[in-house]
Design a protein around this ligand. Sequence first.
Ligand code: FES
Length: 234
Amino acid sequence: MSSNGSHDDMSPITPQQYEILHGGGAEASEIARQRLSRRRFLRRSMLAVWGLSATAAVAGALYYMYPTSGGDFGSAQTVGKKTDFPAAKPEEVALNEKGVFYVPAARAYVIHLASDASYLLSGQNLADQFALENVVRDSDGSTWVALYQRCVHLGCTVPFRDDCVSFKCPCHGSHYNVNGEFLDGPAPRSLDRFDMSFKDGEVVVNTGVLNANVQHPDTTTQLLAKPTKECSAS
Ligand code: FES
């Protein structure tokens, strides 16, 4: 018996009830009916709670795994004028000042490298690698790329570090250069990147189109030299 004097569904029945239940008759069937309906109610309530929890968990996982799952994130977003994103050389970028800009609504970094940035590839090889890595060459010779903020190892948000002009994941140390190319750490590939384009002088990042196929670079595919500045411990 519970503290308020009533029997809950899980409490053992009293010896008297046991006798009545096993003796048959109308009283027995009434007790059995009440216990059954309580049990049904509890079971249905638990199923409903479990169902809501499972639905919320699955929706949350899909939301973070697949940017096309809904809302503004998952569609094309105009993130600002081109002039809001001044370009810089890879070794001179500074977060939200020049070369690399965090755009929270798109969960992305917009990278704008100056026309005199040095690349390790040239000619058609460079053009092909730009295409593979969603790097857009602008009419003034500068280049743009929109990197998804999510670390491709286990999904932490990757901060950009001015001290070593690169992305360094705080979770397990994956390290990527300013163009999102893998440098070192446990990440299985380079950072993923969104489709990007320009319209009427504005920058459009399509967070519904994700390129998750940029592999670890080698000497035939690497775009930028490794940064010479080491990331500090913090
Ligand atoms: S989640 Fe970034 S290194 Fe593990």
